[in-house]
Design a protein around this ligand. Structure first.
Ligand SMILES: [Zn+2]
Length: 168
């Protein structure tokens, strides 16, 4: 009986881990597809820009980048930001991140970047805050304990006085 229970538990644990992995793979595949679509949209916009520039050349007109190409350029900005976000999400799925200083791909919980040595501030700050809170709580309980001890000592002194009074 025990053996089968244990076996059943192990199988379901493995199943959970596999399901999670499969979900992550599916998510990553979706993101990579989106990145490819965004890249292809950006290439289409490059073509549109090129065509506009050539038409201006044929008409022997000057091109005003911010006026004539604003729509295309804004779209490229938006698509590029989308690609950045997708790449960041893929890294997070793998529990990885980019070092803000040297841009190397590193473990998300690294305290220092193994490539350039940069201290990874954000994650460290959170841990430090939690540690400070724990230390503060410990100090408080110690102070409470001191007060209790003082009270006990004072009570003892008072008892001594009572006893000496009785002696007389
Ligand atoms: Zn680095």
């Amino acid at each position: 009986m025990d053996f089968f229970n244990k076996l059943g538990k192990k199988v379901s644990e493995t199943y959970d881990a596999t399901t999670e992995k499969t979900a992550k793979f599916a998510k990553e595949a979706k993101l990579r597809m989106k990145i490819n679509e965004d890249k292809s949209d950006i290439n289409d916009l490059y073509k549109q820009i090129g065509k506009k520039v050539y038409q201006k050349h044929l008409a022997e007109e000057e091109i005003d980048i911010s006026k004539d190409l604003e729509e295309e350029l804004t779209k490229i900005d938006v698509l590029s930001a989308e690609i950045e976000t997708s790449l960041k999400t893929i890294l997070e799925l793998k529990n990885r991140k980019k070092c803000p200083k040297c841009n190397s791909e590193i473990d998300r919980d690294s305290v220092f970047c193994p490539v350039c040595g940069e201290k990874q501030l954000e994650e460290v700050k959170e841990v430090e805050v939690i540690e400070k809170e724990i230390t503060n709580t410990e100090v408080e309980s110690e102070e409470n304990h001191k007060t209790e001890t003082d009270f006990e000592e004072k009570t003892e002194e008072f008892k001594d006085v009572e006893e000496s009074d009785e002696d007389k």
